[in-house]
Design a protein around this ligand. Structure first.
Ligand code: COA
Length: 169
């Protein structure tokens, strides 16, 4: 299986915030942003693996900045690390100023997707080699985040989480 780069999975989705997608403060509803990020992450995971992919876990979401109605929102997704069948997808969310066109980072999230066959069984995905400094930083932290997610899901014993233990010794 050929080795791929994060750039090969890069997915950019730009869309407006409509009134029906907002909360009582007229800002984008959190669940709507989660759905947009899930769609972008799913496309990135599919581009990396060229397989059917399913969301296994949402590892981290930061709603740092409210996104007002009428905003132009861009969600950028890239695979940050590939394991055996799972892929970590990093998402950056930007809003664009109407007059200047300047983009401001609004939110960020990390999802895990798993590639599966037609019966839903996990299948292997290509390896990933990071290229830029940011891609390398995200790649290096991904195993720690995978172990944390598995421990929180009760799928790994804390004693087996070597990367997490290494943080404290
Ligand atoms: C995701 C799914 C395929 C995992 O199946 P499984 O039987 O747990 O399979 P495995 O234990 O072999 O795990 C497969 C991979 O997922 C990873 N994984 C499973 N749960 C995880 C979690 N909570 N966090 C991070 N990674 C996880 C495993 O570590 C493994 O990774 P690896 O192969 O790269 O080492 C299965 O749980 C599933 O189909 N879930 C439903 C998915 C879905 O419908 N999503 C949409 C929600 S509406």
């Amino acid at each position: 299986m050929s080795i791929k780069t994060p750039e090969q999975s890069r997915t950019i989705m730009t869309d407006l915030v409509l009134p029906s997608e907002t909360n009582p403060l007229n800002n984008l509803f959190g669940g709507e942003l989660l759905a947009r990020m899930d769609r972008a992450a799913s496309i990135a995971a599919r581009r990396h693996s060229r397989r059917i992919v399913v969301t296994a876990s949402v590892n981290h979401v930061e709603f740092n900045r409210a996104v007002p109605v009428g905003s132009v929102v861009t969600v950028e997704a890239k695979v940050s690390r590939a394991f055996r069948s799972s892929m970590e997808i990093y998402l950056d969310v930007w809003i664009e100023d109407r007059e200047s066109g300047q983009k401001t980072k609004a939110n960020e999230a990390i999802y895990t997707f798993v590639a599966v066959d037609e019966t839903g069984r996990p299948v292997e995905v290509p390896e990933l080699t990071p290229e830029t400094d940011l891609e390398k930083e995200r790649y290096n932290g991904a195993l720690r985040r995978k172990q944390l997610s598995l421990v929180l899901a009760g799928k790994m014993k804390p004693a087996e989480a070597t990367e997490l233990k290494a943080l404290f010794v």
